[in-house]
Design a protein. Structure first.
Length: 281
């Protein structure tokens, strides 16, 4: 009897321990971890392989940062909008904002780095059921076979939070692709004006001539990066040495000059007006 009683006590103890472990595991599952990466879809693979190129920044870690990632989508990858509805890969498009959760926490160090996604959420926290952000700014121009867009994820940012601003160009002519000439290594130029301090930080002018290939019906996207002459003011020090932007009222001019041939140049320029301030509690 003593042996039977002892065995029953042990079984009850093990059972209670198991139930406790299960409860902790459920709590852990309910806690949604932050995504590894957030950014804008700049390219999509058009073949049997489903993958995205996303331009943005790492969210979880301050030790590494990637300007862009190649994101592999597998059979078990979840693609959802911010309301939790499933989205097909074919419904995605360049220019949309996405959050990326990693599969197996592995980053393959290539150029650019590659990851496998366990989950992709399209849109931002402000999104109301679709992949478009209600605060998003889109300025658009069209000329000839080209469409130019200047975009910002939001109208208002917190001081020194990541700023999602980009210039986009798309060719829609009869050729499969065209090569356009431009000054400097990058196709887009970004000029920053802070109105309250009356400070302008112009783009870094380059004498080099480059060419960029634009594929028919695909957006070429370049995200905002800080360039230009570093002044000696506190604003310049804060602007260049910290992430995002200092508090203020900004006009960011995005422009490009496309040299189509020896006689033809198409120029685009649009202003993005944003405010950077602390959120009111």
């Amino acid at each position: 009897m003593k042996k039977i009683f002892l065995m029953m006590t042990i079984l009850l103890f093990l059972s209670s321990c198991g139930q406790g472990d299960t409860g902790e595991s459920n709590e852990e599952l309910e806690k949604e971890e932050a995504p590894f990466y957030k950014g804008m879809i700049s390219d999509m693979m058009e073949s049997d392989t489903e993958q995205l190129t996303v331009s943005g920044e790492v969210v979880q870690s301050s030790d590494v940062d990637y300007d862009s990632l190649i994101v592999w989508i597998e059979e078990d990858t979840q693609i959802k909008n911010t309301m939790g509805d499933d989205i097909a890969y074919e419904a995605l498009s360049t220019g949309e904002y996405v959050s990326i959760w990693l599969k197996d926490d592995i980053v393959m160090e290539s150029m650019p780095p590659q990851v496998k996604a366990s989950k992709i959420v399209v849109g931002t926290e402000e999104t109301t059921g679709s992949s478009l952000n209600e605060e998003e700014i889109i300025q658009e121009q069209k000329e000839g076979d080209f469409v130019f867009r200047a975009v910002s994820e939001k109208k208002t940012y917190n001081p020194h939070e990541p700023v999602h601003i980009a210039g986009m160009i798309r060719y829609g002519g009869k050729k499969e692709s065209v090569e356009v000439g431009h000054g400097g290594f990058q196709l887009m130029r970004f000029k920053v004006e802070e109105k309250t301090r009356d400070i302008t930080i112009d783009w870094a002018h380059a004498s080099i001539f480059s060419q960029t290939t634009l594929t028919n019906d695909e957006w070429h996207i370049e995200t905002f990066e800080k360039t230009g002459e570093i002044g000696e003011t506190e604003f310049h020090e804060e602007f260049f040495n910290k992430e995002g932007l200092p508090e203020g009222q900004y006009v960011i001019t995005i422009s490009t000059d496309l040299q189509i041939d020896e006689e033809t140049t198409i120029s685009f320029s649009e202003d993005i007006e944003i405010e950077v301030k602390e959120e009111e509690e």
